[in-house]
Structures are given as structure tokens and as C-alpha cells.
Ligand binder design. Structure first.
Ligand code: PEP
Ligand code: MN
Length: 362
């Protein structure tokens, strides 16, 4: 458990779950910013996002309009009453944002991976009384994410939230950034009071993936969504493929199914019974895994006596192929099976390594 001191967000707005933040990836022109904001305000959106300093992967692309965008956001606030937020990546950004009365800020994924940058931002925020959101670092490192939250909280910022925007992977994937839901779920388990907002735009990277990711976020009971919205997405100067129009976002939000996080009594008995069965089976799984590890330890001792390497690639490949065939015949997904056996194999290797090198480890 992490001991963060967390206060509720935007209490005066009395926002209902899910909290929705929407707006363009980047503020491009005054007209584009204001038009997008007006349409979103008409749909009842209260929190407007727009990037004005854009951390781009490659140089030579649009890097944001900079400080002049802050004036446009002030107009958005005055005209629509929406709260406005920008991404900050250094102390100067924080000073400019605070000076121009920006209502909330977030730390981007590339910045939260860098403790020096996060500390600089935290120090610049000291004394400010605004909500601050910390996006997950680009790499799936929960400790680094929590560390960034702790730095901001350590500077006295209590209106704190996390934004889950997925994790980058090498190679081709359906997602732009893989959601790895187990990581934000673990964050929630470790810091239950911390609101977690899901960013389906950067997870998906493509418009068509948005509805399913948003629904999944709701089904996992996360607190809100931050969605990139542009009046003319095709023509956007950054992240064109993932932005949607205000009308599209309204339709998407209307179609979201909000399920009950509490379990109703009527369902209670049946669910209790099924959970009881799961508890028994989990216990059996643990017994079997423990037995398997004991055998693997015995193999480790045999390998040590006979001076054989721990890793026997032929045997490992054989196990993997056989287990996947066996699992498929039992209706289990091959990827799921691979994951389980990779993990079991890794643990066996770790244990054998300790056994075989016991004298080195003493
Ligand atoms: C953004 O929100 O526009 C952004 C740059 O996101 P991330 O830091 O998640 O890449
Ligand atoms: Mn973006």
C-alpha cells in the first residue's frame, strides 16, 4: 500500500461517474479550439483537454502552439464555463499554465518515466491547488508510475488522479499502446482512493477501437475517460487517426453501458456458490504447482550432481508444444497457455539456479 493523501476531484462540479475529459490532442488554431469546446460544452462535457506543448516521437512534426494556446483556453473557460487542462513537461510549462489560470494539468507518458522531470514539475506545482493527473510511463513499470504520483503528492498536491494510456510495445499490435489492464487494476488495489481515468485514444490509436476500450474501462469500474476530440479529425495536426468528432464522442458516450459495481442480493447465492467452487479449485491449483516445483527442485539437484546446464532448449520446446496441444484440446486459449507455462518455466529456472549455485549464493 502506498500512503498517498488524496482529496476528491472537482467537487464543486459534482461530476457523475464516469468523469469525462475531452478535447483535441493539440490546440491548433483559436477557431479549432473554440469550436471543439463549444460543441463539447453543448453536450454537457465539463472538462476540456488540449495539448499545447506536444512531446512528439520524431522531430520535424508539429510540436504544439505553445503559450498562445493558453489564451485560447482562457477564452474556452470564459465562454463555456468548462475547466481546461494541458499537459506539462517541465517547470516552465507549470509556471505558464498556473499564470494563465489553467484549471488542471497532466504529466505525459514520456515525462512520467523520468523522475528528474517529475520532481521538477512537482517542485513547480508546490502551493498550487489544482487537480494533477499522472499518466502511466510508456513502459509497464507500476513502481515508476506510483513513484511519480508520490513525487506530486509529496509537493502537497492532493487532488491527484492517474491516467492509464497503455504501454508501448515493439512490433505490430492491434493497439497503439497495449492496455495491460492488470497494471491499472493493481494500481487501484494498491491505492484504492486514487481515481483512475482511462485514455482510450492513446491506447487504441485508431478511432474504431474506441467504443470497445471505453466499454472495457467501464466494465472494469474505472473512474473516467479522457478522449481526444477534434472538429475535423482527418485534418488534425497530431494523432489524426485516433481523434473523433464531438458528435461521435456523444454517440459513443450514449451507448456506454454502466453496470452495477455492487453485487445485488438476488444474485448473491448463485455467485457465492460459484466463487466457493473457484476458491477450492484455486487451492488445488496451488497444491499442484507446489508439487510441480518440488519435482523441479529434484531435477535441479540431479543437474547439479551431473553438471548439466539448467536450460535444456529441446525439452523446453517439447513441453511448450505439447502443453499447447493438450490445452487447446481442453478448450483453453494457446496464448493463455503459453503465458502460464512461460511463467512456470521461469520460476523453475529461478529455483534450479538457486539450488545449483547454492555455494555462490551463501
Ligand atoms: C496526449 O495526451 O496528447 C499525449 C501526448 O499523451 P501521452 O503522454 O499519453 O502519449
Ligand atoms: Mn494525442
Amino acid at each position: 500500500m502506498s500512503n498517498l493523501n488524496i482529496a476528491p476531484l472537482f467537487t464543486d462540479l459534482e461530476l457523475k461517474r464516469p468523469i469525462i475529459m475531452a478535447g483535441p490532442c493539440s490546440a491548433e488554431t483559436e477557431i479549432q479550439t473554440l469550436e471543439t469546446a463549444r460543441l463539447l460544452a453543448m453536450m454537457g462535457i465539463r472538462l476540456f483537454r488540449a495539448g499545447i506543448w506536444k512531446p512528439r516521437t520524431r522531430p520535424g512534426t508539429f510540436e504544439g502552439v505553445g503559450v498562445k494556446g493558453l489564451m485560447w483556453l482562457k477564452k474556452v473557460r470564459n465562454e463555456t464555463g468548462m475547466r481546461t487542462g494541458v499537459e506539462v513537461a517541465n517547470a516552465l510549462h507549470v509556471h505558464e499554465a498556473l499564470q494563465h489560470e489553467i484549471d488542471f494539468v497532466w504529466i505525459g507518458a514520456r515525462t512520467s518515466a523520468n523522475p528528474f522531470a517529475v520532481q521538477e514539475i512537482a517542485d513547480a506545482l508546490r502551493g498550487a491547488d489544482i487537480p494533477v493527473f499522472v499518466k502511466n510511463p510508456v513502459n509497464p513499470d507500476l513502481e515508476l508510475w506510483i513513484g511519480a504520483l508520490e513525487r506530486i503528492n509529496g509537493a502537497g498536491i492532493t487532488q491527484l488522479g492517474a491516467i492509464h494510456r497503455g504501454f508501448s510495445t515493439y512490433g505490430i499490435s492491434e493497439y497503439r499502446n497495449h492496455p495491460q489492464w492488470q497494471i491499472p487494476i493493481e494500481l487501484h488495489r494498491r491505492i484504492p482512493a486514487l481515481p483512475i481515468i482511462i485514455d482510450p485514444s492513446h491506447i487504441g490509436g485508431k478511432r474504431k477501437l474506441l467504443p470497445a476500450i471505453c466499454q472495457e474501462a467501464m466494465d472494469l469500474n474505472f473512474d473516467g475517460l479522457i478522449i481526444e476530440v477534434h472538429i475535423n479529425p482527418e485534418e488534425a495536426w497530431s494523432d489524426a487517426g485516433q481523434q473523433v468528432t464531438p458528435v461521435e464522442v456523444a454517440a459513443l458516450l450514449n451507448r456506454l453501458i454502466l453496470r452495477n459495481p455492487e453485487i445485488k442480493n438476488i444474485l448473491g447465492n448463485e455467485l457465492d456458490e460459484l466463487r466457493r467452487q473457484i476458491d477450492i479449485i484455486d487451492n488445488q491449483l496451488l497444491d499442484i504447482l507446489s508439487e510441480r516445483m518440488k519435482i523441479s527442485d529434484a531435477i535441479g539437484r540431479y543437474k547439479q550432481r551431473n553438471n548439466i546446464t539448467i536450460l535444456q532448449s529441446r525439452r523446453y520446446n517439447e513441453i511448450m508444444n505439447n502443453r499447447i496441444c493438450q490445452a487447446t484440446a481442453k478448450g483453453l486459449n494457446p496464448d493463455f497457455t503459453t503465458g502460464i507455462f512461460e511463467s512456470i518455466h521461469e520460476e523453475s529456472i529461478n529455483r534450479q539456479n538457486i539450488i545449483m549455485n547454492s555455494e555462490l549464493n551463501d
